[in-house]
Each structure stands twice: as structure tokens, then as C-alpha cells.
Design a protein around this ligand. Structure first.
Ligand code: KIV
Length: 270
């Protein structure tokens, strides 16, 4: 007799239902099977295999060097380790240059990894791409505000939507991306009142990061949540643990024990 898992994986319809019921949506990033398994066991709704992989795991300064192959390798590990969470994979820099290329790359991501959806950074310019992918049956999470793939054009990492025109543009972009078929939209580093206003105007869920509590859900980089960093986390992250301290303490203990044991062995042999 085979033992079958009774856990059902959440779908984009489940995420829409959470939004309809006004139930906040919790999302975190993960890049490997151990962390993804732990998040899944903890009941997270969605896991993002973000291209923050570049900074967090691969040690790059920006996300621009992350490749499709990098994303596929890590997204496949995350999918293998999870049963319940909806998995979203970022489309990295250079893979969304036009709608047809984006469709080919998104198909490859879904086929090679088993994720349920992709995330695409960008505003109005991404409308035809999102129409193309969703028209083909691929769920897309949009992403506006601070879009790290455009860091060189933006000139840095900062809060968006401070001026009235900028806030109006973000709202126009969000509506257009919803209209194009996105099932959810990340609002990154947007003035909280503007993010709340966008959330009120849309029927798809907004997933905020550094954009205040007025979004339909929140996403964070897992390392920032648990304090597993060698650099300070962004100010909005509010780490709930100090995993870096635990690691340093365990490693220091191991080094001390190993060296003490070696010295004892040598002393005994002398
Ligand atoms: O790559 C990423 O982790 C992201 C989140 C910060 C939203 O895009």
C-alpha cells in the first residue's frame, strides 16, 4: 500500500480567496531545500525564489548577475522540499526582454522546476509580457516600486511614490498590471499611504516589502527575518532572531573543542 501525502499545494485561486476574505498573505523567500522545507512546515502561504539569491546566497553586489540557470537550480530545490506553499520563481535580469523571449523562459522555469508562478519586475513596459504569459496559462506576480534589476537606472535603493506624480504613476502601473492578468503584485519600498491606496484600488493582492502594513500581504527575505546575515538587514526588516550569532557561537565552540581535543591527544602521546 502506498502512503500518499494529504497535503494540497496552494494555488493562485487560494491566494485570491485569501485576499477576498481579507486574510493577510504571508510570503518569504527561500533558495534551498532545508530553508524551504522549514518555511513550508511552518505554514507559509507563498515562497518566493527571489533573484535576491544573487546578493544573499551568491555574494553579488546586485541581482543583475543572476542567470536563468541559477534560478532554475534553486527553484527546483525549493519545490522538491515543499508540499503546501505556492512557489513563485523570479525571472532574472535579461530574461524578460520581450514577450516571446519571456514566454520561452517562463516555460523553461515551469518545466524544469515545478514552480506554479513567475515574478516579473517592471511597470507599464511589462504589460504586453504579462498578457502574453497569462494568455498562455502561466500565473505572473508583478513587481513595482523599487525594482532592483533597474538599480542602475533608478540610481540606488530608496523609497518610491513620495511626489504626487510618482504616486499617481505607481497606481496607474498597478492597475495596468492587474488588467494585464497578474494574480498579485509586489510593492517594494513604496510610501505606506500610497501602497495602502493601491491596495484599496486593486482586487488582486498586493504583497508589500518595506511598504507599510496596508498591503494585502507581506514578503521578506528569509535571511533578514532570522538575522542570518553578515551585513545589516534593511531597516524595515525587523529581524525576529539572531541566527548569525547562533552560527558564530556554535562554530567558535566547535573550533575550541577541536583544538582542545587535538592538544590533549598530543599531550597524551608525548
Ligand atoms: O528577489 C527578491 O527577494 C524579491 C523580494 C525582495 C520581493 O524580489
Amino acid at each position: 500500500m502506498s502512503v500518499q501525502s494529504t497535503t494540497r499545494r496552494l494555488t493562485t485561486r487560494d491566494i485570491s480567496r485569501l485576499r477576498e476574505r481579507g486574510e493577510p498573505i504571508a510570503m518569504l523567500t527561500a533558495y534551498d531545500c532545508v530553508m524551504a522545507g522549514l518555511l513550508d512546515q511552518s505554514g507559509i502561504d507563498m515562497i518566493l525564489v527571489g533573484d535576491s539569491l544573487g546578493n544573499v546566497v551568491l555574494g553579488h553586489e546586485t541581482t543583475l548577475k543572476v542567470t536563468l540557470a541559477d534560478m532554475i537550480r534553486h527553484a527546483a530545490a525549493v519545490t522538491r522540499a515543499t508540499e503546501r506553499a505556492l512557489i513563485v520563481c523570479d525571472m532574472p535580469f535579461g530574461t524578460t526582454i520581450d514577450p516571446d523571449t519571456s514566454l520561452r523562459n517562463a516555460v523553461e522555469i515551469l518545466q524544469q522546476t515545478g514552480v506554479q508562478a513567475v515574478k516579473i519586475e517592471g511597470g507599464l513596459a511589462m504589460v504586453p509580457t504579462i498578457e502574453r504569459l497569462t494568455g498562455y496559462g502561466i500565473p505572473v506576480m508583478a513587481h513595482i516600486g523599487l525594482t532592483p534589476q533597474a538599480v542602475h537606472q533608478l540610481g540606488g535603493y530608496y523609497t518610491h511614490g513620495k511626489a504626487t506624480e510618482a504616486a499617481d504613476r505607481l497606481l496607474r502601473e498597478a492597475k495596468a498590471l492587474e488588467q494585464a492578468g497578474a494574480f498579485a503584485i509586489v510593492l517594494e519600498c513604496i510610501v505606506p499611504d500610497v501602497a495602502a491606496a493601491i491596495t484599496a484600488e486593486l482586487s488582486i493582492p498586493t504583497i508589500g516589502i518595506g511598504s507599510g502594513p496596508g498591503c494585502a500581504g507581506q514578503v521578506l527575505v528569509i535571511n533578514d527575518l532570522i538575522g542570518l546575515n553578515t551585513r545589516p538587514a534593511p531597516s524595515f526588516a525587523k529581524p525576529r532572531a539572531d541566527a548569525a550569532r547562533l552560527v558564530r557561537a556554535a562554530v567558535a565552540d566547535y573550533i575550541a573543542e577541536t583544538k582542545a581535543a587535538a592538544l590533549q591527544t598530543r599531550a597524551g602521546a608525548a
